[in-house]
Design a protein around this ligand. Structure first.
Ligand code: HEC
Ligand code: HEC
Ligand code: HEC
Length: 127
């Protein structure tokens, strides 16, 4: 005799295992990154929307302008906050937690900027 009383629970457990991976991953992998914004500042060096999509372009522009054209090393935000046009002394001065800011997005997008081979991360990261 085949007892249906044993097949049904076994089937339920089997289905549970099969679907577990699906809904478990659905909850995790789809979380959009939430980069932690600087607490001491209200605005970035350019409009947020532009920064979100084009900060890498801006960084290259700064570097080329400073190193090739002898451009200025300081800049001013729309509301008059002055900043250093520098990766390590500018961006990272305001965004001083690389892990909670830059890395949140970069890990999500699977990009690994090689900049840190030479430029220093904020000190507390290194310790
Ligand atoms: C091989 C080493 C190296 C790598 C890798 C590198 N840089 Fe640089 N970078 C330098 C040096 C050296 C300077 C000149 C420093 C100076 O004169 O202030 C510089 C200057 C700059 C400057 C202008 C001044 C400053 O202090 O920031 C920017 C902006 C910059 N780099 C951005 C980047 C970005 C963005 C990346 C990654 C995409 C990167 N660099 C990767 C070596 C490097
Ligand atoms: C004067 C301080 C300051 C400097 C310098 C600065 N930022 Fe920002 N940045 C901010 C603030 C504050 C915000 C959040 C603005 C907002 O809430 O709209 C921000 C927003 C951003 C965002 C968008 C974040 C998001 O949630 O979508 C990116 C990306 C970014 N910054 C990258 C950079 C990079 C790269 C540099 C250097 C080229 C830089 N920032 C320099 C203060 C700064
Ligand atoms: C809102 C999400 C977000 C934040 C915050 C962010 N980035 Fe990015 N970054 C990206 C994405 C997405 C790319 C890849 C874009 C592409 O490939 O077109 C990228 C690419 C880059 C690149 C070019 C790397 C390459 O290999 O092409 C540099 C340099 C860079 N980011 C620097 C920074 C720095 C420095 C910070 C922190 C101050 C930062 N980013 C914060 C999303 C972000």
């Amino acid at each position: 005799m085949y007892g249906t009383g044993r097949i049904i629970p076994a089937l339920a457990i089997f289905l549970g295992f099969m679907t577990f991976a699906v809904w478990y991953n659905a909850g995790q992998a789809q979380q959009p990154p939430k980069p932690e914004k600087p607490k001491d500042y209200k605005e970035c060096v350019a409009p947020t929307e532009y920064m979100r999509t084009s900060h890498m372009v801006l960084l290259n522009e700064w570097r080329d302008d400073i190193l090739r054209n002898g451009g200025p090393r300081t800049g001013v935000t729309a509301n008059g906050t002055s900043y250093t046009r520098s990766l390590q002394n500018g961006c990272m001065n305001c965004h001083n937690d690389k892990k909670k800011f830059c890395d949140t997005c970069h890990t999500y997008a699977a990009v690994k900027p090689y900049c840190w081979d030479c430029h220093l991360e904020p000190m507390k990261e290194a310790m």
